[in-house]
Design a protein around this ligand. Structure first.
Ligand code: AMP
Ligand code: MG
Length: 424
């Protein structure tokens, strides 16, 4: 584990540190200096490794491919028997099909019928595809213009025995399952799942299944968090709703930190509410409270409670999702052992509508990206963009990211977008 050089308190004393106007990139970088992969690995059968993070390099126990084989359906021969230009006629002496190799040796003037994946017989070094040959009984005539060695895949060409097939830190996707299986390996070492405890804070919150009193609302943040954390492969501990009561909150924080690697809360970090939470967390650990220069998702807290990492997300439902995607996702992947953790890619699309935007902060508006009839990418915002309007997220398939310098955007302007599918 790489221990951070600074404590959170020391890092927050840097000259350019302003908790009241924290740029998105700076907040991300601040958090990242305190992250190191969790300890603990398990061996699992390969199918169960889907979505998990490899905890050790996977070495290839074999050459891949294991034999020199043909890349084409055709005939195998010695390249030296082929005329440089003009036709060559050779005698077919047998066949080499996938799984049924030719046992003999190919000599002067001879060739062997071969199918894709068939072992290239001893003596042969070249394959000509069947479209460039004419067979008359066992006499096969090949057109000219061939090169010795063509259409032959050498043993070990894809992977040499003992070499690294997959590096530790790789997240296992369907392609990796197949690759591991192709090496004859049935089990791999993966990091244990990251344990994440979360709860919602607020006196106004009720859980699904209860009746709402006046001024009360249903807690939706625990459900979006459940979805995002599950998709990231975390082991989750849903601690329900905790009322805005210092004693109850302190007990909840203590319990969460005792059982999890990461504690996530929503609500209670905005101005006015933050004060007593801050005082309590200062007793339990080290926490910084920020106003991020972004919309939605202005208030955000990050810190440590004992060994657990803490993310205090805003209460508004859209803010929860945006701050999770922009700060928590990458952090959880690093803690889970993933390496490298690539930021979610962004690309450019033409915005078909006018957007209102104030300079001085990064905005993550919700949009739908589609192809215009001319084939270009076009994006439009999903209606009302209030930070409490979850429908703006649900209707969206991307964020429209407008950086600090950007002001109002005219229709027809090229903007940066980030797809939501695949983020978690
Ligand atoms: P807060 O940050 O606690 O001041 O909350 C900001 C807004 O988000 C308020 O309107 C809250 O009612 C709302 N809110 C907070 N937590 C949740 C939640 N878990 N589910 C839905 N809305 C919430
Ligand atoms: Mg609240």
């Amino acid at each position: 584990m790489n221990t951070p050089a600074l404590t959170i308190a020391q890092a927050s004393c840097a000259d350019d540190y302003d908790p009241n106007s924290m740029p998105v990139a700076k907040a991300r970088a601040f958090i990242h200096q305190f992250l190191a992969p969790i300890e603990g690995t398990v061996r699992v059968p390969i199918r169960s490794a889907l979505g998990r993070v490899l905890a050790a390099d996977v070495l290839s126990p074999v050459d891949v491919p294991s034999h020199r084989n043909s890349a084409m359906d055709g005939w195998a021969m010695r390249g030296a028997d082929l005329k440089a230009d003009g036709e060559s006629t050779l005698v077919e002496i047998g066949s080499s099909f996938a799984g049924k190799p030719f046992g003999g040796r190919v000599g002067d003037g001879q060739c062997v019928r071969i199918m894709t994946g068939g072992v290239v017989p001893e003596g042969a070094d070249t394959v000509i595809m069947q479209e460039r040959a004419k067979a008359s009984g066992k006499s096969i005539t090949f057109s000219g213009g061939n090169r010795t060695g063509q259409n032959v895949r050498e043993a070990g060409e894809d992977l040499k025995r003992g070499s690294v097939a997959l590096k530790k830190g790789r997240i296992v996707r369907p392609a990796e399952l197949g690759l591991v299986a192709s090496l004859g390996i049935g089990e791999v070492a993966v990091h244990r799942r990251l344990r994440v405890a979360f709860f919602s804070t607020g006196d106004e919150l009720k859980s699904v299944g209860s009746t709402l009193g006046e001024g009360e609302i249903y807690d939706s943040n625990r459900y979006t968090l459940h979805g995002m954390l599950t998709r990231l492969g975390c082991e989750i501990l849903d601690m329900g709703v905790v009322r805005d009561d210092p004693q109850l909150l302190e007990a909840a924080f203590r319990e969460a930190a005792a059982h999890a690697d990461v504690v996530i809360t929503s609500g209670g970090v905005s101005v006015g509410e933050a004060d007593f939470v801050k005082a309590m967390l200062d007793r339990l650990g080290e926490v910084v409270f920020w106003k991020i220069a972004m919309k939605p998702g202005r208030p955000l807290a990050y810190g440590r409670i004992g060994p657990a990492h803490f993310f205090g997300l805003p209460g508004n439902p859209v803010s929860v999702m945006v701050t999770f995607y922009q700060f928590v996702r990458d952090a959880l992947l690093v803690l889970s052992g993933a390496d490298p953790v690539a930021p979610v890619p962004t690309f450019r699309a033409v915005c078909s509508a006018k957007l209102r935007k104030a300079p001085g902060r990064t905005e993550f508006q919700r949009g739908t990206l589609s192809r215009a009839p001319d084939g270009s990418l076009t994006v439009k915002p999903t209606g009302e963009q209030g930070s409490g309007i979850l429908k703006s997220m649900s209707d969206a398939n991307c964020f429209i990211i407008l950086d600090d310098a950007t002001g109002n955007v005219e229709a027809g302007t090229t903007v940066e977008v980030q797809l939501l599918e695949g983020i978690v």
